[in-house]
Design a protein around this ligand. Structure first.
Ligand SMILES: Cc1cc2nc3c(=O)[nH]c(=O)nc-3n(C[C@H](O)[C@H](O)[C@H](O)COP(=O)(O)OP(=O)(O)OC[C@H]3O[C@@H](n4cnc5c(N)ncnc54)[C@H](O)[C@@H]3O)c2cc1C
Length: 292
């Protein structure tokens, strides 16, 4: 099938795009990399009256480091993030996870803003941004607002973004040394969305105990899920094998998977247990290495 007819606009300025969005109220869609939107248009699952193509708004594509955080423009392509030396240096969890997104052709076009707004709970970038404790800067006709992942991801393919807003920037805090990290994923084939994925960050104190941790699960609920009880279990303790097993068990209990053709809910829950433990082991080894 081919898309239903629509009017096409290609603004070169953010303000122009916002005016177009406001003019078309709920009937317009932003087009970024098109990797999720175009299939929806072709299958006529989305029938917007207007497409606002933001690819010419070059001011929305950048990676900057300042004041202990990274700022990534909403139109920044996956591949630019993957190849960025500053991201690799300051946020290696992102570099590792983004390589799991589709194939090079998809990453050449797809954007961080598109991935977050599409909000597939099995997607890598929403999981990583949640794990890092990032923030989304949303720009609309009534000004800017900053939204945390817990508020931004509302449900399956649903976010808190208003139809008059554009996701202009993602801010990622830089975790201090010695933080270890790990991204574990199971998918049917390389390049597919995750059946289950787990992102872990682990910061150690001077006594090599857990000072802070972040454990986020993908593919096992309507949004990326923060395994809060597992994180709480680790805080202030030496991260032993036994503790990691327990953290995996709690994460599995707190996950909310469904069954589908890719795996049953029980299989996914079991994978959460195993992969959380594995991710913690890898993150701990990296943190110990950084602490030397
Ligand atoms: C074969 C294939 C395999 C894939 N595999 C994976 C995978 O393994 N993991 C994964 O995470 N993803 C995967 N993807 C999806 C890919 O990551 C997309 O790039 C991403 O989901 C959407 O980004 P996009 O820039 O293409 O957005 P688009 O498709 O252009 O837009 C997606 C949605 O976001 C909205 N939007 C886009 N940008 C903005 C913005 N700045 N502000 C407000 N709204 C905006 C659009 O209106 C639309 O609703 C795959 C895609 C394909 C085609």
């Amino acid at each position: 099938m081919k898309p239903a007819p629509f009017d096409y606009f290609a603004p070169t300025e953010l303000q122009e795009a916002l005016m177009l969005l406001e003019r078309h109220e709920d009937e317009a869609k932003i087009l970024a990399g098109g990797q999720s939107l175009l299939p929806l248009l072709n299958m006529r699952l989305a029938r917007p009256k207007a497409i606002i193509d933001i690819n010419r708004i070059t001011s929305l594509s950048y990676i900057h480091k300042d004041n202990g955080s990274l700022r990534i423009g909403g139109l920044t392509r996956h591949r630019m993030i993957e190849n960025s030396a500053v991201i690799q240096e300051q946020c290696p969890l992102m570099t590792e996870a983004i390589q799991w997104v589709g194939h090079i052709e998809v990453r050449n076009r797809g954007t961080i803003g598109g991935s977050l707004v599409h909000a597939d709970p099995a997607a890598e970038l929403p999981t990583v941004v949640t794990a890092l404790g990032g923030e989304m800067k949303l720009v609309g006709p009534r000004g800017d607002r900053t939204v945390r992942p817990e508020e931004f991801f509302v449900s399956f393919l649903t976010t808190a973004l208003d139809s008059s807003e554009i996701l202009a920037e993602v801010r990622l805090p830089i975790w201090p040394r010695p933080t270890g990290y790990s991204f574990q994923e199971i998918s049917r084939r390389h390049g597919d969305f995750a059946v289950v994925a787990v992102a872990v960050l682990l910061l150690l104190n001077d006594k090599r105990e857990c000072e802070n941790s972040s454990i986020v699960l993908a593919g096992v609920g309507p949004t990326p899920l923060k395994a809060k009880r597992s994180e709480g279990l680790l805080t202030g303790k030496k991260v032993t094998r036994e503790l990691m097993e327990k953290a995996g068990g709690l994460a599995a209990e707190d996950s909310d998977p469904s069954s589908d053709v890719h795996g049953s809910a029980d299989y996914r829950r079991e994978m959460v247990k195993v992969m959380t433990r594995r991710a913690l082991e890898e993150a701990l080894a990296k943190a110990m290495q950084n602490a030397k």
